[in-house]
Design a protein around this ligand. Structure first.
Ligand code: NAD
Length: 542
């Protein structure tokens, strides 16, 4: 077999297409959207490369038009999950032994296919079933997933090239093995890129997976499976299962071959995983890797030296893009009294200009929230704020679910910095503002640090370098992704590795070398060239 130290293509971020009026990409994407919208798909689950249909199905409805049906997916039963474990382990022996350059080539090919022939289908699927506008779909389903695939290949080689020193007479080597067993990938509804990356990154490192997407993301999850297949991923390496989350999780976490979980979603669900893994710890063949990116209560803080228009734009984009359903979305803001009226007027102007409706109309900045459950939860918080004396809805607040689950972008102002919507993750287009006395700016930093259990993203705005330094230090543990004079959303793979600590997760930074390190188990090899033949050391001599 021929050998070489192969250099992988340099990873660069996929350029974001504009979808401007009359652009070819806009025409092609909308044509794909309309075609898919008029079809009914029948989505199987995939085990060992085979498609399974049980007849026990769930209909798929676009959140912005919940009476419309774009197809159905089939639910797996317990026996299918057990089969998925069997098939994954069967695939493992060959996959884990596949040279890294062949694994890399598959995922590089997947990136190129997504940048080319799969781009519009992936984006359209994300627009339809997750209610993302054209731009939000492009930066997520196309660009971010392409970036994850390309950059991770490069991070993988960075890891493999990390080798120990060798003293004279020996050669020390570090081998990077796949984990011994299977990895369970559990993905959220809000990012198609995360859904693709969570199974792909451990697979790239030689692991086999069972992947369970969120029910509202199954529509684009199927396109991801087709993409991986088209790229040549061998059968059984990634097994996509859909069905009852609790049953799937129970079967997989019960298995002695469970070797790790790659989770993104809410904190309580991740905590329940951790608890079950703890209870089952004696039954596993190896200590499982537990990687989870979870909730957030992301903040924007402005100092009196901040530029009010910059703060306003950060709020309008950072809190409301994708209906505030980004884990990084700003949902609490701390603004100085001296700037408040200017910021408020600018945000009000922005929000009045937002159009809301179906993603098919590209003029809509805002689309629907994901499902009835999210709608009911969000409208409940808005209703409560109407009643509470210490809260005031100053912008938005209208909810309408006749056609789709539409929640108008809403700004609540509170006089109570510990008001419920300042502390709890709502995951929707609602931001709560606390206006503070200018002189209290330093105490407010402590307040931000102590208000929420989360520490995912946060943004500070100031024109004063000493203030920026103070805030950066005081908020050291308040966010895993910290922004200075920028909105707290929009992390780019290779530029701002993403993840938070405290109740926001294990901070293993998706799309980075730190994340990939969790999916390999090293073996150190020491080879001695001329081994000693006498046990006696010199010190034993007289
Ligand atoms: P979720 O917790 O409801 O679901 C996440 C996944 O867990 C889904 O696949 C779901 O089916 C599964 N799940 C739900 N209940 C389960 C159970 N009892 N047993 C086993 N599996 C179960 O989250 P979501 O609504 O899909 O996504 C929103 C959440 O994800 C928010 O809290 C958001 O902050 C978080 N999120 C975090 C990041 C990050 O990087 N930190 C990124 C995206 C989303």
């Amino acid at each position: 077999m021929a050998s070489g130290f192969y250099k992988v293509p340099t990873a660069v971020n996929e350029p974001v297409r504009s979808y401007a009026p009359d652009s070819p990409e806009r025409r092609e994407l909308l044509e794909t959207y309309q075609k898919m919208y008029g079809e009914k798909v029948d989505i199987p689950f995939y085990i060992g490369g085979k498609e399974y249909r049980t007849g026990n199905t769930v209909d798929i409805h676009p959140p912005h038009d919940h009476q419309h049906c774009v197809g159905q997916y089939h639910k797996a039963e317990r026996e299918h999950i057990e089969l998925a474990v069997e098939k994954a382990l069967e695939a493992r022996s060959k996959w884990a032994a596949t040279p890294w350059e062949h694994r890399a080539a598959i995922f590089l090919k997947a990136a190129d296919l997504l940048a080319g022939p799969f781009r519009y289908r992936m984006n359209a699927a994300t627009m339809i079933a997750q209610s993302k506008n054209v731009f939000q779909a492009e930066i997520d389903a196309a660009c971010e997933l392409i970036d994850f695939l390309r950059f991770n290949v490069s991070f993988m080689t960075e890891i493999y090239s990390n080798q120990p020193q060798s003293a004279p007479g020996m050669w020390n080597r570090m081998e990077y093995r796949a984990l011994e067993g299977f990895v369970y990938a559990v993905t959220p509804f809000n990012f198609t890129a995360i859904a693709g990356n969570l199974p792909a990154s451990p697979a790239m490192m030689g692991n086999v997976l069972i992947w369970k997407p969120a029910r509202s993301q199954v529509y684009s999850a199927q396109v991801i499976m087709e993409l991986f297949k088209a790229a040549g991923l061998p059968d059984g390496v990634i097994n996509l299962v859909t069905g009852d989350s609790a049953t799937i999780t129970e079967v997989l976490l019960d298995s002695p071959d469970f070797a790790g979980v790659h989770f993104t979603g809410s904190t309580p669900v991740f905590n329940s995983f951790w608890e079950t893994i703890g209870k089952n710890i004696d039954r596993y063949k190896t200590y499982p890797r537990i990687v989870g990116e979870t909730g957030g209560k992301d903040f924007i803080w402005a100092h009196p030296s901040a530029h009010p228009q910059e703060v306003a734009t950060a709020i309008s984009r950072g809190a409301f893009e994708y209906q505030g359903q980004k884990c990084s979305a700003a949902s609490r803001a701390y603004l100085p009294k001296s700037l408040w009226s200017t910021i408020r007027a600018a945000v009000e102007k922005d929000l009045q200009s937002f159009k809301m409706g179906s993603p098919e109309d590209t003029a809509n900045f805002i689309n629907a929230v994901i499902d009835k459950r999210a709608y009911t939860k969000l409208s409940g918080y808005i209703e409560q704020a109407r009643k509470d004396d210490d809260a005031d809805i100053i912008i938005g607040g209208t909810c309408d679910d006749r056609t789709g689950y539409f929640i108008e972008p809403t700004v609540i102002v509170t006089t109570n910095p510990k008001y419920e919507t300042m502390c709890t993750e709502l995951f929707g287009p609602v931001i709560t503002v606390y206006v503070y006395e200018d002189n209290d700016w330093e105490q407010v930093l402590d307040l931000i640090d102590n208000t929420s259990e989360f520490a995912l993203t946060g943004a500070i705005f100031s024109g004063d370098r000493y203030v920026i330094e103070t805030a950066t230090n005081k908020l050291e543990n308040a966010a895993g992704n910290f922004y200075i004079n920028d909105k707290p959303t929009g992390a780019v793979v290779g530029q701002q590795p993403f993840g938070g600590a405290r109740a926001s997760g294990t901070n293993d930074k998706a799309g980075s070398v730190w994340n990939l390190l969790r999916w390999t188990s090293n073996r150190t090899i020491k080879e001695t060239f001329v081994p000693p033949t006498d046990y006696r050391y010199p010190f034993l001599g007289k």
